[in-house]
Design a protein around this ligand. Structure first.
Ligand code: NAD
Length: 507
């Protein structure tokens, strides 16, 4: 694992960031791969000031030209996809195949944002008054604060940054303290794009369109409470959302929250199990259960419950014996948990599941001799008769609870009876069931015969209830990064009419 060589290839000047505040460890073997200095409050203040200054110039650059910068960034990402993906794997432990997918998602997001840069459409609205025209126009909002989680260390930032930049907004990014190196790599790649911009467009760029802040919750708090940032886009646990949302609200800022999930799939007796099974496996054990969209609950019809459980057990056994290991190796499907705390949280949840009536299969630590400082586990399968308390919490580890149901109404009631509302799915060949579920699932993402994880960037991504209500990436998510004004113009020559027919005539 030559992290230094990869950082060099990505253009990261690591020595500039070296210090003793933040030890960065690879979950692959627990070894320390860097030691960084965190930003001080004064430095964060200076970054904010520079971002605010950059905004005053960037907002006046025509949006399609702003799109050119994002296009150049996407081009640089294409060139550096492989080393960036390897760094993602080394720093957060997801398998290389998924890390490549994560970088591809960034590239796709850049393409999307470039197209969008020519489509920041407003409306022309019919006025109720003669000789009046009414328009709605979208304008840049200001520098955007972005806080991200460890498990998607680069893609989630790009969902925000690609949109923010074409919308005219600089970005101040506080990545997870567990994955700062990938963020520094994105900063270096973005700097490459910035260097190419003047040659490509003949225009100069303002300094400081992107700031990457090194540090933990304290640095995050300086971001959250800074009134120069009109929008805070925060991705992470519900716990974090509950702390920061009131702080942003207290200063009447805007927040975009992408928080925890507790995603379920309903498997009907009308399901094609050959379609359902691989989707459940990818959703439940992929990324070692560390996706916000990980399948954590299977609600299976009693008619197929035993068969599905048996097939899951067989597949879990195969995964446990053949596919757990170093995420850089081809053939590995499940890499390590992020750290010891994640392992302990998993074991605590499995103990709770046993106490609350569950039968636990697999879920043990493996490869401890080869990797004494790292935490590899066999994904756990829990057969549980009802949706007890532990099933209603998000444990960020590969634990799949399998519960029976008898009627679709009951399945949907079980499905919706958790605090989180991110992603959901039904497996069925019955159109009526599929449409009923699509209407009644309370999540932001509702799939049919597709698992809950692995969303495309074209759709708006996010969830309801404790997941926070935010939407990022595709569709009209860009509107959150802009402000809207409504403008009415009177072009007549006699005194204009008032709205609602009000008369106000001064003799
Ligand atoms: P976390 O909440 O521990 O940390 C997320 C980020 O918030 C980090 O950058 C952290 O430094 C920062 N932070 C924490 N406390 C803060 C505070 N008081 N003030 C300011 N910043 C603070 O989450 P994590 O362990 O990195 O990630 C896992 C969680 O993220 C899971 O719950 C997962 O479901 C969620 N997640 C959600 C989405 C989504 O799109 N909905 C995507 C990825 C991850």
């Amino acid at each position: 694992m030559d992290v230094a060589a990869i950082l060099h290839q990505l253009g990261v000047p690591l020595t500039e960031y070296a210090g003793s505040d933040l030890a960065v460890c690879s979950p692959i073997d627990g070894s320390q791969i860097a030691s960084l200095r965190c930003h001080t409050q004064a430095e964060v203040q200076a970054s904010m000031a520079q971002a605010a200054e950059a905004f005053t110039a960037w907002r006046d650059v025509p949006a399609p030209q702003r799109g050119t910068l994002v296009r150049l960034f996407g081009e640089a990402l294409r060139v550096l996809k492989e080393p960036l993906a390897r760094l993602v794997t080394m720093e957060c432990g997801k398998i290389l195949e998924e890390a490549r997918g994560e970088v591809q998602e960034m590239i796709d997001m850049c393409d999307f944002a470039v197209g969008l840069s020519r489509q920041l459409y407003g409306l022309t609205i019919a006025s109720e008054r003669p000789e009046h025209s009414m328009q709605e126009t979208w304008l840049p909002l200001g520098p955007i604060g972005v806080i991200t989680a460890f498990n998607f260390p680069v893609a989630v930032w790009s969902w925000n940054a690609a949109l923010a930049l074409v919308c005219g907004d600089p970005v101040v990014w506080k990545p997870s303290e567990k994955t700062p190196l990938t963020a520094l790599a994105c900063q270096a790649i973005f700097a490459q794009a910035c260097r190419r911009y003047p040659q490509t467009t003949g225009h100069t760029l303002p300094e400081g369109l992107l700031h990457v802040l090194r540090g933990g919750a304290e640095v995050g708090d300086w971001v959250v409470t800074d009134t120069r940032l009109p929008l805070i886009s925060a991705t992470g646990s519900c716990r974090m959302g509950r702390i920061i949302a009131p702080k942003v609200a207290a200063r009447l800022g805007r927040s975009l929250l992408e928080l925890g999930g507790n995603n379920a799939v309903v498997v009907s007796d009308q399901a094609n199990l050959s379609v359902a099974l691989p989707a459940i496996l990818f959703g439940a054990v992929g990324t070692c259960g560390q996706r916000c969209t990980t399948i954590r609950r299977v609600i299976a019809h009693v008619g197929i419950y035993d068969e599905l459980l048996q097939r899951l057990k067989t597949a879990y056994h195969r995964i446990a014996t053949q596919h757990i290991g170093n995420p850089l190796d081809a053939g590995t499907l499940v890499g390590p948990l992020i750290d010891q705390a994640a392992f302990e949280a998993m074991q605590k949840a499995l103990d709770a599941a046993r106490q609350q009536g569950g039968s636990v299969f697999f879920g043990e630590r493996v490869s401890a001799a080869a990797y004494p400082q790292a935490y590899y586990v066999t994904p756990a399968l829990v057969q549980i008769p009802t949706q007890v308390a532990i099933v209603c919490t998000e444990t960020f580890a590969p634990i799949l609870y399998v519960m029976p149901y008898t009627s679709l109404d009951e399945a949907i009631a079980i499905h919706n009876a958790v605090p989180q509302g991110l992603a959901s799915a039904i497996f069925t060949t019955d159109l009526h069931e599929a449409e009923q579920f699509k209407r009644r699932s309370d999540c932001g993402i509702v799939n049919v015969n597709i698992g809950t994880s692995g969303a495309e960037i074209g759709g708006a991504f996010g969830g309801e209830k404790d997941t926070g209500g935010g939407r990022e990436a595709g569709s009209d998510a860009w509107k959150t990064y802009m402000r809207r004004h409504t403008s009415t113009t009177y072009y007549g020559t006699t005194p204009p009419a008032l709205a609602q027919g009000i008369k106000f005539e001064v003799e």
